[in-house]
Each structure stands twice: as structure tokens, then as C-alpha cells.
Design a protein around this ligand. Sequence first.
Ligand SMILES: Nc1ncnc2c1ncn2[C@@H]1O[C@H](COP(=O)(O)OP(=O)(O)OP(=O)(O)O)[C@@H](O)[C@H]1O
Ligand SMILES: [Mg+2]
Length: 254
Amino acid sequence: MRVVTFSNQKGGVAKTTSTYCFAAVLKSLGHRVLVIDMDPQMNVTLISKVPEDDLPRIYQVMVGEAEFPEAIRELEQFDIVPGSILMSSADKTFPEKNRNRLLKLALEKISDRYDYVVIDTPPSMGLLTVNAFAATNDLIIPAKAEILALSGIKQIYDLIREIKKKTNPDICIRGILFTQFTSRTNISSTMMEMATSMSEIIHAPIFETKIRSTVKVQEAQAYRESLFDMFPSSTAAEDYKAFVKEYLEVISNG
Ligand SMILES: Nc1ncnc2c1ncn2[C@@H]1O[C@H](COP(=O)(O)OP(=O)(O)OP(=O)(O)O)[C@@H](O)[C@H]1O
Ligand SMILES: [Mg+2]
């Protein structure tokens, strides 16, 4: 089982969109895929059309009120453990013992069941993201090619260094994924130069694949439909398929 996390404390950089699309493509290639929604905003849960029910969600797993299998919903596009608004009280309600490793410990019990676990995280570097990082093999940092989105990347790097030392020596920053990309603007080329120097600072590459900006992404999400069903030949659908291919090549090289 390999755990892949999309994280950036900057909001609106396509963490959720990338989690959804990456997981959907992996599943379509025949892998066993579980999505975990660690964000109290529950966006990946919402766009995945998880049915309303009273079954346990990620919060109950984290506080030890439920086991992972009870919280899994098997959807067409992938399996998912839905998010919960209760996650916003994590600082107060998560137990003290193994506080930073609750997710990692819970996942260990289902490690035979999935090939990939894909985690969506909130736009912050708090306890929820720390739990995700403690369980992560591959961190992918989605970023918009604009100055503010890039400024947070150094902070992620500092947190990763700490996590690597204290809780999870296995975590690897696989790279920066440019999203909502429009290559024709001047800003983008200037930002690409900045991003290249940033990539040197964090010792991680920029993925060659860039996810182009298209309104089809928002449309599919508004209908809570899969981009790959609704707009299979859209640029973003093509780009996410290319990105998964690139990711699989990267990890096969170790
Ligand atoms: N390739 C794209 N083209 C156009 N719009 C996109 C693309 N990717 C994402 N978006 C849109 O950008 C917005 C932010 O995306 P998303 O919710 O995935 O970001 P996020 O990083 O998860 O945000 P948050 O920090 O709030 O969790 C959404 O409205 C989404 O539909
Ligand atoms: Mg999100």
C-alpha cells in the first residue's frame, strides 16, 4: 500500500481536484484505491457524491470510535472515507496518545486492502495535515503558478523535515504539480523561473505534466460528476491521466 498526499497550506490550489482526479485515474487503471478526506471542508466528499448516512466517517476512526472498514464507502470512481465537520475540533478532541500518528496507526490495519491511499488535506499545516504527513509515502504539492501560492512551499518543506526526523522517515516530497495552468501568459513564465528556484530549495522536482485550466473542471464538480465521465476529452482530464502516468514512472524508478 502506498499513501499519496496532496497538500499545500495555500487555499484553492487544486488539492481536492487533484486528489479526486488522481484517485479516479489510478482506479481506472485497475488499482485498488481509497480516498481519505482529512479536510473539515469536506470538498472531496461533496464532489464524490457520497450518500447521506449515519455511518462512521474519518473523525470516528481518528478518535477510536470506529475501525477503518466501517467508515469506507465503495463508490464507482473509488472507495472513500468521507470527511466530517467534527474534524475542525481535532485540536481539542483527538486523544493525547499517538496524537500525530492516529491516521498512520489506523491505516496499518488495512494495508493489505488497497494499492493506493490518496489523502486530501485542509489548507493549513495543523494537526490534520501532520497526521496525513505521518502516514504519507509520497507528498505532492499542487501549486498555482502565481506568487502567493509559491510562497507557502518553503513552510511545507520545513514541516516535512521535522516530520521526517520525528515521525515518518519514509516521507518523500515527490514534486510540485502546477494546476490551473495557462501557459500563454507572461506571468506563468516568470513564475516558472521562480518555481524552479523553489524546487531547488525544497529538493524536489516540478512535475513535467501541468494541469491546464478549464471550466470543465468546475462544471463537473458543480454536477458532482466525474470529470472523466462528463468531459473525458477535456484538457484537464488528459492532463491528469498524463500526470498519473508520470507519477507511476517516477515511483518505479525508486
Ligand atoms: N484545472 C482546473 N481548471 C479550472 N478550474 C480548476 C482546475 N482545478 C481546480 N479548479 C477549480 O479551482 C477551485 C479550487 O480547487 P480545489 O477545491 O481543488 O482547491 P483546494 O486546494 O482543494 O482548495 P482548498 O484549499 O479550499 O481545499 C475549484 O473551484 C475548482 O473547481
Ligand atoms: Mg480542498
